[in-house]
Structure formats: structure tokens, C-alpha cells
Design a binder for this molecule. Structure first.
Ligand code: ADE
Length: 225
């Protein structure tokens, strides 16, 4: 999979993708993340990518031309499955959407800034608008990193234990059950006996019950309750 991220703050993202699982995924050839500096696509001698809002009002708007030039340059190279715009008024991200994106080949992610992009960019190029939650960040870079991370860790071979992504919270609309590691007893607090029993079927059953109880207590909405 290839993800092209368009941003006016490329260094913010470069450092994120140069670390941990995301770096290993790229080195192993599972994913390629390419960050594009929007300012490289402006013809303005001051490298400006924003302008005043028509109709007046506080805040700047990202200009059409640099974004259009960048997206078109990418689309001339390969076919993209989706052109995603990160914006607080997009569709709220959930695991199901992440799963769908993880099956794609090539994605463009556009990071919004200031008051956002000129509406005509959305109409002409954007195929999906994604929000990471009902709060407003100062730019789309962190949301783009959140989305890319959630997608890339699902690509087969990226996680060491391939089954572990399948047992994540939300993967069956259930939160994850509690987990424990050594020591088996700490300050009088014991790991549940069942987990030390070696009885795989019973352990699976216990985990399912715990996941269900936790979901019912914390996120009954996931169960439709
Ligand atoms: N840009 C600013 N806030 C955002 C959010 N919550 N989700 C996606 N993009 C954003």
C-alpha cells in the first residue's frame, strides 16, 4: 500500500513516520508513506498556500491551485482508490472504515489547515471526508497520522503477531478484554486463575465474557443498548 499525504507542515509528519511500527512496515515494504510539502506546488514567490476568505471573516482558507497541482501530479503517476480530506466536519472514523481503507492500494490524504480548503477542492477531488472525533485540532496532520497508523498496522505482516490486530478493541464491536503479564501475583493482586490454566477454549470464553461485560459497562452504544 502507498499513502501520499499532502500537508503544509511536512516535518511534523516526517518524524512520526520515521519511528516504530510504521518505520518497520515501510522498511519491510508493506507500506510506503510519502509526505508532500504543499508549498512545493505553489507558484507564489512567498510560497503562500492560503488566502483571505471571500465574504469576509476571521481565518484563512487554503488555496485551490497548490492542492490541485499536487493531487494532479500524483494522479498522473498512478491510480488512487481514495482522496481523503481530514476535517472535523467529515465522517467520524471507526474501525470498520479503517478496515476498508486497509484493503486499498493507493490513498491520498489531504491535511486541512486554517479555516480549511476552498470548497471547490472538496467538490472536484475529494472522495472521502474523515474526522477523528468531535473536537477541533489546529490542523489535519495529527488526524492524518492517526488514520495512517490505524490503516498500516492492519496490513498483513506489519504486526509481529498477525492475529493480534483481529483481537483489538472494536474489531467485533467489542472492547478488548483485560490483559496481564508476569508476575502472576503483584502486591497481593492475582492474575485470574483461568489465564494460568492452559485451557485455551475456556480462556477464549472468559475473554469473550470479559469483553462483553466491559463493553456493556463502558460503551453500551456499541451493543445497540
Ligand atoms: N482537523 C482538525 N480537527 C480535525 C478532526 N477532529 N478530525 C480530522 N481532521 C481535523
Amino acid at each position: 500500500m502507498r499513502i501520499d499525504i499532502i500537508t503544509c507542515l511536512p516535518r511534523l509528519l516526517d518524524s512520526y513516520f520515521a519511528h516504530s511500527i510504521l518505520q518497520r512496515a515501510q522498511q519491510a515494504g508493506h507500506a510506503e508513506v510519502v509526505v508532500h510539502d504543499l508549498r512545493d506546488y505553489t507558484l507564489d514567490k512567498h510560497r503562500r498556500v492560503d488566502d483571505y476568505m471571500f465574504g469576509g471573516g476571521a481565518g484563512m482558507v487554503m488555496q485551490i491551485e497548490p492542492i490541485a497541482r499536487c493531487i494532479r501530479a500524483l494522479q498522473a503517476e498512478r491510480t488512487y482508490d481514495e482522496v481523503i480530506y481530514m476535517t472535523p466536519d467529515g465522517q467520524r472514523l471507526n474501525q470498520q472504515t479503517v478496515n476498508t481503507f486497509s484493503l486499498k492500494q493507493n490513498l491520498i490524504i489531504l491535511c486541512g489547515h486554517y479555516k480549511g480548503v476552498d470548497e471547490r477542492i472538496r467538490e472536484r477531488f475529494i472522495t472521502r471526508e474523515v474526522s477523528i472525533g468531535d473536537f477541533v485540532l489546529s490542523g489535519g496532520e495529527l488526524p492524518a497520522a492517526v488514520l495512517s497508523d490505524a490503516i498500516i498496522r492492519l496490513i498483513p505482516g506489519v504486526l509481529n503477531d498477525e492475529t493480534s490486530a483481529l483481537t483489538d478493541s472494536f474489531q467485533d464491536d467489542l472492547l478488548a478484554p483485560p490483559v496481564y503479564t508476569r508476575p502472576a501475583e503483584w502486591e497481593g493482586m492475582k492474575v485470574p486463575d483461568i489465564l494460568l490454566s492452559g485451557h485455551e477454549a475456556k480462556i477464549d470464553e472468559w475473554r469473550y465474557e470479559q469483553a462483553l461485560a466491559r463493553t456493556r459497562a463502558r460503551r453500551p452504544d456499541l451493543l445497540g443498548e
